[in-house]
Design a binder for this molecule. Structure first.
Ligand code: SF4
Length: 334
């Protein structure tokens, strides 16, 4: 199976509950950013996400209130670097008590001191380790030598200890398709659980010329699709078709909501400058979702982010028997 059965069933039940309640829009993933402190300053990361002070982090109770308010079954803990969050152990425990699935997005540098031996492996905890290329590219994007080798060491160790480990690869201009294939092979060699390969987003606050235009994304993903079904990729085949320019989709920014030290961020975690809401209800009811779904904003033009479009890809695949069968085969495969 592509994912642990409980993870897939939780999403299926959530989708069925929302359909029964006649909810067209609803969150499935909360991107929780408890802190904007990081031990790296990667070239593709927005400046505010790695320059925050630890003292400005969210309290544990604020994190858990956001989780309860939005009711998403999956909580993606990111940041900043979440292993630097002093209350991480209590946060993970609070989420598991609530029967949430946790995806902990990390650069892996501090896993041995902050997580292994501190937070036990769980069927509800997935470590998502960023690896944006093979050694040379990843260390270039991370702006530091040795980050790739440390991440590999941590994946080895984490698998020995029994953690679920996935890789997350953002495709930039510098990323070669052969490198993506090498990372997919590495997932098999390391016996990791899977890999998410998705295009990067062109943040206005990032000056580097790292990002791809829509046409460049299509070209890279057409090549990646050719080998993608041989490996444990996390993105659905429908999303991969969209990334390759073979299928059009509306955006579903409400499917992956973002809570930050400044509040609920509208409309999605990528766009700067549209504002933050203190209160969940104001965020949910005052954001003009129809506008953002239409992708007419200039900041949406080159966006093919997994967080915005995977929900749409799954929704779209429910419309034909052929797509439903393809999705089922993909879920049962690898
Ligand atoms: S298209 Fe991208 S940038 Fe625009 S709302 Fe959707 S996720 Fe955000």
């Amino acid at each position: 199976m592509r994912f642990p059965i409980g993870f897939t069933l939780t999403q299926t039940r959530h989708r069925a509950r929302m359909a029964k309640a006649n909810r067209k829009r609803y969150p499935t993933v909360l991107m929780l950013e408890p802190l904007y402190t990081c031990n790296l300053a990667c070239l593709g990361c927005s400046v505010e996400r790695h320059t925050g002070k630890l003292k400005d982090r969210m309290t544990l109770s604020t994190c858990l209130k956001a989780v309860d308010d939005c009711e998403a079954p999956i909580v993606n803990i990111c940041g900043g670097e979440p292993t630097l969050y002093p209350e991480l152990k209590e946060l993970v425990a609070g989420l598991i008590d609530r029967d949430k699935y946790i995806i902990l997005c990390t650069n892996a540098l501090l896993l041995d001191s902050k997580l292994y031996g501190v937070i036990s492996p769980s069927s509800h905890l997935f470590l998502m380790i960023h690896l944006d290329g093979t050694r040379e590219t990843h260390d270039f994007v991370c702006n530091r030598q040795g980050v790739f080798d440390k991440a590999i060491e941590m994946i080895h160790k984490g698998k020995e200890l029994g953690y679920h480990i996935y890789l997350n690869t953002t495709v930039y201009k510098e990323t070669k398709v052969e490198e993506v294939k090498a990372l997919c092979q590495l997932v098999d060699e390391l016996k990791a659980n899977g890999i998410l390969v998705a295009p990067g987003y062109e943040y206005e606050s990032v000056e580097s010329d790292l990002f791809l235009t829509k046409e460049q994304i299509h070209e890279k993903f057409q090549a990646i699709r050719e080998f993608s079904n041989q490996y444990k990729l996390n993105a659905t085949p429908m999303f991969m078709e969209f990334a390759a320019g073979l299928r059009e989709l509306p955006c579903s920014p409400w499917s992956t909501v973002n809570y930050t030290p400044k509040g609920w961020k509208a409309p999605c975690y990528l766009i700067e400058g549209e504002g933050y809401f203190e209160n969940w209800k104001d965020f949910w009811h005052q954001t003009d979702w129809a506008y953002w779904e239409s992708r007419q904003d200039h900041r949406c033009q080159n966006c093919k982010m997994h967080s915005g479009f995977e929900h749409s890809a799954v929704e779209e695949s429910m419309k034909t028997i052929k797509d439903q069968l393809q999705l089922a085969a993909w879920l049962l495969g690898k």
